[in-house]
Design a protein around this ligand. Structure first.
Ligand code: NAP
Length: 323
C-alpha cells in the first residue's frame, strides 16, 4: 500500500537533515529517505561521513568528527518528529501531484510513497581514483576537500591529482599550509582556465608531475606515500608524502531525476533564482545536488533550511488557494 506524506526529503546529508529540522518544527511530519549503506564511501549521512575532524562548522570551537556531527543533525531532526527510512529511492514520478516514489522494485505497480512536496537533497560524490588503498585511507591523509582538510597538513609535503580548475584551486589553497604541493596530472597540458594555470605555475611551492598517474597510496593508519606511474615511460616511483588530495571532479546524484527535473549539462539540478524551487512546482532542491560552487556542509545546511521554508510556504499557498 502506498504511504502518503506531506513532505518527503530524499537524502540525509547536512542539506536533507537541516530541511528535516525545519520541516518537522513546522509540523509537516517529514519522512527522510536517507539512503542505505552499500560501501564505505556510500552511506547515509552524506560526505561528512567520510571525513574525520571538521573544524570549520560554526559552533564547534574544538571541532567535531564528521560522523558525530551527522548523528547530531539526525537526532535533532528526530526530536521534532522527523521519521527515517533507511532505503534508496529507486524511481520517482514527478509528472503529477502527489509525487510518486518507489523504494525497492522500481517496476512495482504501486509506488511506495506519495508526497505533496518533495525536497531533493541527494548530494554529490567526489570522483575517486579507485586505488586499492584509497577508500581505507580516506579521512586519514586522502582527502577530497582542501578547504576542509588543508589545515591538517601544515609544514608537510602533499600531492593533488587532477588538471582542472578544482585541482589548481585546491593546490593553490593548500600552499597556505603545506611546504610543497605536487600537482599530478595524467596529460601534458592542463584543462584549467589560463588564469589559474598561470597562478599555479608561478607559485614557488607548486611542482608539476606531468603524464603521471597515481597507482596506489601507502600508509598503515595514515598516508605515508604514493606510487606514481609515468604514462610515457611506464616507470613507477614511490614518493613520500603525508596527504593526497583527489580533485578530478564531482558527480551530482541526479540519475533518478533525468528527464523530469531541469539540470545543467554537468548533471547539477537547476534551481530558480535565489530560491530552491525546481522546474516542477512542489519539488525543491538543496545542497550539493544543486551547488557545484561552494560545496560546504554549512552552505548545504543553509540551503536545506531554505528548501524547508520554500516547501512550507508553498504548501500554505496551496491550501489557501484550495488545492
Ligand atoms: P574537470 O574540469 O572535469 O577536470 C577534471 C580533471 O581531472 C581533468 O584534468 C581530468 O583530466 C582529470 N581526471 C579525471 N578523471 C581522472 C582520473 N581517473 N585520473 C586522473 N585524472 C583524472 O573538473 P573540475 O576541475 O572539478 O571542474 C568542474 C567545473 O567547475 C569546470 O567547469 C571548472 O572550470 C569549474 N570550476 C571552476 C572554478 C573556478 O573558476 N574557480 C573552480 C573549480 C571548478 P583530463 O584533463 O586529462 O581529462
Amino acid at each position: 500500500m502506498t504511504e502518503s506524506r506531506q513532505v518527503i526529503i530524499i537524502g540525509s546529508g547536512p542539506a536533507g537533515l537541516t530541511a528535516a529540522i525545519y520541516a518537522s518544527r513546522a509540523q509537516l511530519s517529514p519522512l527522510v529517505i536517507e539512503g542505505e549503506p552499500s560501501s564505505t564511501s556510500d552511506q547515509p549521512g552524506g560526505q561528512l561521513m567520510l571525513t574525520t575532524e571538521v573544524e570549520n562548522f560554526p559552533g564547534f570551537v574544538e571541532g567535531i568528527m564528521g560522523p558525530d556531527l551527522m548523528v547530531a543533525f539526525r537526532e535533532q531532526a528526530a526530536r521534532f518528529g522527523t521519521e527515517y527510512v533507511t532505503s534508496k529511492v529507486s524511481r520517482v514520478d514527478l509528472s503529477s501531484r502527489p509525487f510518486r516514489l518507489w523504494v525497492g522494485d522500481p517496476d512495482a505497480a504501486e509506488p511506495t510513497y506519495a508526497a505533496e512536496a518533495l525536497i531533493v537533497a541527494t548530494g554529490a560524490k567526489s570522483l575517486m581514483l579507485n586505488l586499492p588503498n584509497e577508500e581505507r585511507l580516506l579521512g586519514y591523509g586522502v582527502s577530497t576537500c582542501a578547504t576542509c582538510d588543508g589545515f591538517f597538513f601544515r609544514g608537510m609535503d602533499i600531492a593533488v591529482v587532477g588538471g582542472g580548475d578544482s585541482a589548481l584551486e585546491e593546490a593553490l589553497f593548500l600552499t597556505k599550509f603545506a611546504d610543497k604541493v605536487t600537482l599530478i596530472h595524467r596529460r601534458g597540458e592542463l584543462r584549467a582556465s589560463k588564469v589559474m594555470q598561470k597562478r599555479a605555475m608561478d607559485h614557488p611551492k607548486i611542482e608539476f608531475l606531468w603524464h603521471s598517474t597515481v597507482v596506489d597510496v601507502m600508509g598503515d593508519t595514515k598516508v605515508s606515500g604514493i606510487r606514481v606511474r609515468n604514462l610515457e615511460s611506464g616507470v613507477e616511483t614511490d614518493m613520500a608524502l603525508s596527504g593526497l588530495f583527489v580533485a578530478i571532479g564531482h558527480q551530482p546524484n541526479t540519475a533518478l531525476f533525468e528527464g523530469q527535473l531541469d539540470m545543467e549539462s554537468t548533471g547539477y539540478l537547476r534551481t530558480v533564482g535565489t530560491t530552491t524551487y525546481t522546474n516542477v512546482e512542489g519539488v525543491f532542491a538543496c545542497g550539493d545536488v544543486q551547488d557545484h560552487r561552494y560545496r560546504q556542509a554549512i552552505t548545504a545546511a543553509g540551503s536545506g533550511c531554505m528548501a524547508a521554508i520554500d516547501a512550507e510556504r508553498w504548501i500554505e499557498d496551496q491550501a489557501a488557494s484550495g488545492h
